[in-house]
Design a protein around this ligand. Structure first.
Ligand code: HEM
Ligand SMILES: [Cu+2]
Length: 639
């Protein structure tokens, strides 16, 4: 095991001067080279691809735009220095160590191989785009205060919905894996790094690029397809759809690589004694999510490549007038798209099941069952995708089968619920901010799950399909589930990551505002859906006007709660800076036995794991690990 044999002193920890930092490979160069790359690629593409849009009839030069984006990606990666290592190896020179762990602020603006730095980069990036997408939601809700298009023309409205939804899903797919997964998995399994540190950094910088490429759709005329990119609509779209394709492809590549990295890390870098049945449940959440990512993301990527071919080199995979089939896209998209929703849900399970035992001071109830539940969800999520196509004209004999498999998924998800409730049963609960978010997860996810039964049932789906009922359902699962869990995770682990406490009072104000207004925003929308309010259009029956104004006001308050969160984050970490100590929650898990923030090398020695981390409530519970003679755990460590 490499990480065990490299001693701390051998590691080169250097801080070059500010000037050489500025001139080296960093995000400034990446931006410059990607803009230059776009110009070059676009110019070349115009030369090559004159008049090549006969099939899709987009009356624009997709070849030029797609080549521009391809060259922009190349420029971005060159600017960040991702080719330095492979090129110097090919040239037979020793690889530069510049991207190794460094100190100072510059490391946040470049390729850095410290998993903790990458995680923080991820967190900032994901939150940034989360806020951008949230702002879009505010625009949508503003438009919906009127029952017909007033502020935003109908065509642009659909693009706005698509931008909001796609941005949210793209960012939230890596929203836990990226920041918390990369930060915590090595610490939780007793490793000094992830298996592939350069790939880890690559995935993060691809995610950032994907966010900006998707935003560029607004400059290219938007994409009127929603997040699902259905080809019948995409064919009519202008070049904004090229931005959708390229950004989603970048996310697909990034997700698959995150998955490979995570699985390899957990398989190969566990500390001695970290048996599979001692892995924290959060790590299991990351592993099962990664399995889904590795299997599902490449299917998306393949489908996207086929669209690129259709648009740029006149293949006809999805073009009915030339013998292709737009249904093929629907199948491929949802073969990715349904596992995707569990890529969004499983990390949430992992977070809340990790938080509950700490504040219930009880062992996690049914650890093995929880792992089985997660694997059950992962496996089953590949067998249900056609429930998104019930109304698309699929062979009706297929409907009962997919209805059955979809309803079966409630068994493994139900198990996760039992784990949660079993852990809380008869516990003396400390309602800290992370715990409140974890409890809210179960409440919201329950509503999301129960409403899902109506959608999986063919007969009721016929009625609810394409309405705000669907929209309320998936916001309950993704926002009420994953985003609440992520918030809980941030409040829980940020003291470890930054070394500073978040303000508890502001945290509680944030929680209650978010919880109350989340429910006030989305619960009435079930009713709106039942009353026939359709998705993705800005005009609706005037009877629903009052309800929509109410929902919009609630949504603005929900948006405001995010500002409290942001304010708390900045105030607590930048201004107040109250030291958190090593283990403010008295957790038994390995990461809390290290100082906050965690030193570059994580563990002075690789510990020997002696127990699972859930021995709460019994004084005789064994220590989780043997850290060797020179323990670095700070005050409050339980080791
Ligand atoms: C302040 C919170 C939010 C509000 C008020 C909000 C509101 C909306 C609205 C009004 C729509 C349009 C529905 C339609 O006409 O079909 C929508 C669509 C969508 N939202 Fe949100 N949303 C919020 C947060 C989120 C979050 C956190 C996520 C995911 C992480 C998300 C994912 C989506 C998706 C995937 C769509 C579907 C886009 C499509 O139809 O292609 N939203 N949202
Ligand atoms: Cu699905």
């Amino acid at each position: 095991m490499e990480s065990a044999s490299v001693s701390v002193s051998e590691r080169r920890i250097s801080t070059p001067s500010a000037w050489s930092q500025l001139l080296g490979f960093n995000v400034i160069w990446a931006v410059a080279l990607s803009i230059g790359g776009y110009a070059l690629g676009h110019w070349l593409g115009t030369k090559i691809g004159m008049n090549s849009n006969a099939q899709t009839e987009t009356d624009q030069d997709d070849v030029a735009i797609l080549m521009g984006m391809g060259f922009a990606i190349l420029g971005w990666l060159i600017g960040l220095g991702f080719f330095n290592y492979p090129l110097s190896r090919i040239a037979g020179r020793p690889a530069t160590l510049r991207e190794r762990e460094e100190h100072g602020a510059w490391r946040y603006f470049r390729l850095c191989t410290d998993h903790k730095v990458v995680a923080i980069q991820y967190l900032v990036a994901v939150l940034f785009f989360f806020f951008v997408a949230g702002l879009n939601a505010m625009f949508i809700r503003t438009e919906l205060t009127s029952d017909n298009a007033t502020l935003i023309p109908a065509g642009n409205y659909l693009s706005l919905v698509g931008l909001h939804g796609t941005m949210m899903l793209m960012m939230m797919s890596a929203g836990v894996l990226g920041p918390l997964g990369n930060y915590l998995v090595p610490l939780m399994i007793g490793s000094r790094r992830m298996a592939f540190p350069r790939i880890e950094s690559l995935t993060m910088w691809l995610t950032v690029l994907a966010g900006f490429v998707l935003l560029s759709a607004t400059l290219l005329g938007g994409f009127p397809t929603g997040w699902t990119g259905y080809q019948t609509l995409a064919d009519q779209a202008r070049s904004g759809i090229d931005a959708y394709i390229v950004s989603f492809a970048l996310i697909g590549i990034s997700l698959a690589l995150v998955g490979v990295n995570m699985i390899a890390t957990v398989m190969t870098l566990r500390a001695p004694g970290m048996r599979w049945n001692r892995l924290p449940i959060f790590v299991w959440g990351m592993v099962t999510t990664s399995i889904l990512a590795v299997l599902a993301a490449p299917v998306l990527l393949a489908a996207l490549i086929m669209v690129v071919f259709d648009r740029a080199i006149e293949t006809t995979f999805f073009i009915p007038s030339a013998g292709g089939s737009p249904f093929l896209w629907d199948e491929l998209f949802w073969f990715f798209g349904h596992p995707e929703v569990y890529i969004l849900a499983l990390p949430g399970f992992g977070i809340v099941l990790e938080i509950l035992p700490v504040f219930a001071r009880k062992p996690l109830w049914g650890y093995r069952l929880a792992v089985a539940g997660m694997f059950g969800v992962a496996l089953m999520s590949f067998m249900v995708w056609q429930h998104h196509l019930f109304m698309s004209g699929i062979n009706s004999d297929l409907r009962p089968f997919y209805m059955f498999t979809t309803e079966l998924i409630s068994i493994p998800t139900g198990i996760i619920f039992l784990n949660g409730m079993g852990t809380l049963w008869k516990a003396r609960i400390r309602f800290t901010v992370p715990m409140l978010f974890a409890c809210a997860f179960f409440f919201n996810f329950l509503i999301g799950g129960l409403s899902g039964v109506f959608l999986s049932d063919v007969t009721s789906d016929v009625v609810t399909h394409g309405s705000y009922f669907v929209m309320a359902h998936f916001h309950y699962t993704i926002m009420g589930g994953l985003v609440f869990a992520l918030m809980g995770g941030i409040y829980f682990w940020l003291p470890k990551i930054t070394g500073f406490n978040l303000n508890e009072k502001l945290g509680k104000v944030h929680f209650w505002m978010m919880f109350i207004f989340f429910n006030l925003t989305f619960f009435p929308l079930f009713a709106a859906g039942m009353l026939g309010m359709p998705r993705r259009v800005s005009s609706y029956n005037a009877d629903l006007h009052t309800l929509n104004v109410f929902v919009s006001i609630a949504a603005f308050c929900l948006g405001a709660s995010m500002l409290i969160f942001l304010g708390n984050l900045i105030w607590s970490v930048v201004f107040r800076r109250e030291r958190a100590g090593a283990n403010p929650w008295q957790s038994k898990s390995l990461e809390w036995q290290l100082p906050s923030p965690v030193p570059v090398y994580n563990f002075e020695r690789i510990p020997t794991i002696t127990s699972h981390p859930y021995g709460y409530g019994s004084p005789e519970a064994p220590a989780v690990a043997d850290f060797g003679p020179r323990v670095i755990a700070g005050e409050g460590g339980l080791a």
